[in-house]
Write a protein that binds this ligand. Structure first.
Ligand code: NAP
Ligand code: HSE
Length: 439
């Protein structure tokens, strides 16, 4: 993309590492730049070098063969490359990105794992070398949530943040709620539709969302936690039956990423949650993502859109490229690292100390004293029962499902109660807990 008509004769040399789904989308957006992009005074990119894994793969859009290399280190080292765009998700990404920053080159990446787990090292490296590192596409792809937290909401203290940050699991839960089958059926459907990977672990376990939440927490709360510090429970144990009970109680089940200020620390957790069916997040369906932010000045705001895909993700990458160039042209003396690192960083609250309401579902033998026994265990843990549902009909060989909704309780107490209930003779199978969030 060249903007000669704007009189800028020095295009920014771009080195692209990765020309797959997102990389090819970036090339397409730069080649077909809309007027909004062409009008930006300092924006003049020239693609200098592109690294791929396999030179023989057909490429669309097509690129001059001499641009391509199988050696990403060549892209980083190329003296004509000032801006490195990493779009592989491959394990050596840390080496490529850190080397680029060491050389004082700016970097844009969509790599959430890299940012969530090693962001701090990379921002320090960027600061030490006068370079910048941008990563809008790493969370919720085309939704400008990072930019909004960094810029638009800068006058706010973020009080809480609730996100649907994983499209695959949102698609699966939506399909389950529409009667498309149980977990295994909707997983297969998500794979057939191209949402879920052949190995869906990162998505269904909640780890993908946890990494994204760690990145948001860094910006919104100055929280030092990595993806591994975020409490994480996936959707593997959610059954259609849970969704039916949730509906009976007026709730929907979503895989939520939740972060809240709590006495100078931050609650950060990802797990299936029951949310009131009229809440905005309960009505984000299929593969869509959404983030609800509670700001001290603006109150609640919701951002929603596609959280993955070729052009939605490329859109965020190009926005970062443009911001970097414009910041440089304006002689910005602060970097993204300045905004993210700092002495006032806060830690994550251990999940055991978090308080919320719970839905407990258990299959019990229909005999005297069973409900009393469970109520006694809850009372011993100082957990107050809000409501109970027991179906009268025979269910699975003489057993009946018992559903208990609690008032707010400490997670540690609820886990103790869960274990104790599971040991009762009349209880059959696992004691299912689903956390509740009254958004
Ligand atoms: P992808 O389609 O698998 O593409 C990966 C690209 O990287 C391919 O062009 C591949 O080359 C190249 N590559 C892999 N290993 C390489 C190596 N060792 N040296 C040089 N090139 C290498 O992946 P993607 O979906 O575009 O994802 C890219 C990044 O964006 C990941 O970090 C991902 O998490 C993130 N992201 C993706 C999405 C999305 O919707 N896809 C959304 C948000 C964030 P070949 O083409 O030769 O195989
Ligand atoms: N696998 C992710 C999702 C997209 O399903 O949302 C990339 O972050």
């Amino acid at each position: 993309m060249r903007n000669k008509e704007l009189g800028n004769d020095m295009p920014i040399g771009v080195g692209l590492i990765g020309l797959g789904t997102v990389g090819s989308g970036v090339v397409e957006l730069l080649q077909d730049a809309p007027a909004s992009l062409r009008r930006r005074k300092h924006v003049d990119f020239a693609l200098r070098r592109v690294a791929v894994r396999d030179l023989d793969k057909p490429r669309s859009p097509a690129l001059a063969p001499e641009l391509l290399t199988e050696d990403a280190a060549e892209v980083v080292a190329d003296p004509d490359v000032q801006l490195v765009v990493e779009l592989t998700g491959a394990p050596p990404a840390f080496e490529w990105v850190s080397e680029a920053l060491r050389q004082g080159k700016d970097v844009v990446t969509a790599n959430k794992a890299l940012l969530a787990e090693r962001g701090e090292e990379l921002f320090e490296l960027a600061l030490a070398n006068g370079a910048d590192l941008m990563f809008e596409a790493s969370v919720a792809a085309g939704i400008p949530i990072i930019r909004s937290l960094r810029n638009g909401l800068v006058a706010n203290r973020v009080e809480s943040l609730y996100g649907i940050l994983n499209g695959t699991t949102n698609y699966m839960l939506t399909r389950m709620s529409r009667g498309a089958g149980d977990y295994a059926d909707v997983l297969k459907e998500a794979q057939d539709q191209g949402y879920a990977e052949p190995d869906p672990t990162m998505d269904v376990s909640g780890m993908d969302a946890a990494q994204k939440l760690a990145i948001l927490c860094r910006i919104a709360f100055h929280c030092t936690g990595t993806g591994r510090d975020v409490f994480c429970e996936g959707i593997e144990q959610i059954e259609s039956r849970d969704i039916e009970y949730a509906r009976e109680l007026g709730y929907a089940i979503k895989l939520l990423a939740i972060a809240k200020q709590q006495d100078g620390r931050v609650e950060a957790r990802v797990h299936p949650a029951m949310v009131p069916e009229d809440a905005l997040l309960a009505n984000i369906h299929d593969e869509f993502n959404a983030i609800q932010v509670q700001g001290s000045a603006v109150g609640p705001q919701v951002f929603s859109g596609r959280g993955a895909g070729r052009l939605p993700t490329a859109s965020a990458v190009v926005a970062d490229m443009v911001e970097l160039v414009e910041r440089k042209a304006a002689g910005a003396s602060t970097s993204i690292g300045d905004m993210i690192l700092g002495e006032d960083a806060v830690a994550v609250v251990p999940i055991e100390d978090v308080q919320m309401r719970y839905f407990m579902r258990v299959l019990v033998r229909d005999q005297p004293g069973v409900l009393a026994g469970i109520a006694r265990i809850l009372a011993e843990e100082r957990i107050s029962i809000a409501s109970v549902i027991q179906k009268e009909r025979d269910f699975e060989g003489g057993s009946v499902p018992l559903v208990i909704v609690t008032h707010e309780a400490r997670e540690a107490a609820m886990q103790q109660a869960q274990q104790a209930v599971a040991t009762l003779d009349a209880v059959q199978g696992a004691v299912k807990l689903i956390r509740m969030e009254d958004l």
